[in-house]
Design a protein around this ligand. Structure first.
Ligand code: NAD
Length: 260
């Protein structure tokens, strides 16, 4: 699977899963924009992967801000030559039981995952449709796009919602050769998950080891974490797939935690 000279924008790519997708896409021949809230980290990642600055750029983008998203996507298209692939990946986690969930936390999480997916999609589609060379939109869902866990009400709600958005974009985008799909990873040991381990231990009244074994990896076939590279290789497959045969789908990459 190759992405020779395709332009990819990846949100939340200064860390974790998005960062590895940026590396894998660059290695497959793409030009990559690392869009993140944290501009210093985005620029550092771009420099780490492409010191020449010819094929990778950092871009400041809070995905919940309409103006920042529109301006960021425009800047990428102008500098790298259009937009062929969007990976809407930026995300956070906030855990608490539903009866105690703060409304501000609920709104913050939904805004990053759902407003962010919508705004980046709308901005990217304008370019994909106008260019007439097709495109691929990839949403970072989760096993929580299919399953629920305690303490994660807005996250599970948002991740289920992304599947609906992908299906609509798949239908509307088809005539332009634009595909839309969702990747649904199991637990991956990124900063987002490292932060949850002590938080869940506290909320559930169990040890951190028990959170890993009995909560996070309990339902997997082999007790293993999914890796950033497992997810990035799936993203490459979806980004490079050549036809509308593979659109409107959600692919679970979770060591069998969830089976379709
Ligand atoms: P991470 O915390 O390592 O990286 C998230 C990145 O998103 C950070 O660089 C952060 O600065 C950026 N970000 C946060 N809010 C932003 C905003 N408003 N605008 C732009 N950027 C913003 O997390 P990760 O584990 O790599 O998660 C990436 C995605 O993968 C998320 O959507 C997450 O829900 C999903 N996911 C993660 C796991 C896992 O186990 N780690 C499993 C399934 C799905």
């Amino acid at each position: 699977m190759q992405l020779t000279d395709k332009v990819a924008v990846i949100t939340g790519a200064a860390s974790g899963i998005g960062k590895d997708i940026a590396k894998v896409f660059l290695d497959a021949g793409a030009k990559v924009a690392i869009a993140d809230l944290n501009l210093d980290a985005a620029n550092a990642t771009a420099h780490e992967f492409d010191p020449s600055g010819a094929r990778a750029m950092g871009v400041a983008m809070d995905v919940t801000h309409e103006d920042q998203v529109d301006a960021g996507i425009e800047a990428v298209a102008a500098r790298l030559g259009g937009i062929d692939v969007l990976v809407s990946n930026a995300g956070i986690q906030i855990v608490a039981p539903v009866d105690q969930f703060k409304f501000d936390d609920w709104k913050k999480l939904l805004a990053i995952h759902l407003d962010g997916a919508f705004l980046t999609t709308r901005a990217a589609l304008k370019h994909m449709y106008a260019q007439g060379r097709g495109g691929s939109v990839i949403y970072m869902g989760s096993v929580h796009s299919k399953e629920a866990s305690k303490l994660k009400a807005p996250y599970v709600t948002a991740k289920h919602g992304l599947i609906g958005l992908a299906k609509v974009v798949a239908k509307e985008g088809a005539e332009h050769g634009v595909r839309a799909n969702v990747i649904c990873p199991g637990f991956v040991r990124t900063p987002l998950v490292e932060k949850q381990i002590p938080e869940q231990a506290k909320e559930l009244g169990i040890s951190e080891d028990e959170v890993i074994k009995n909560v996070m990896l309990k339902e997997t076939v082999d007790g293993e974490f999914t890796t950033v590279d497992d997810v990035a290789q799936t993203a490459l497959f979806l980004a490079a797939f050549p036809t509308n045969a593979l659109t409107g789908q959600s692919i679970v990459v979770s060591h069998g935690w969830f089976m379709q």
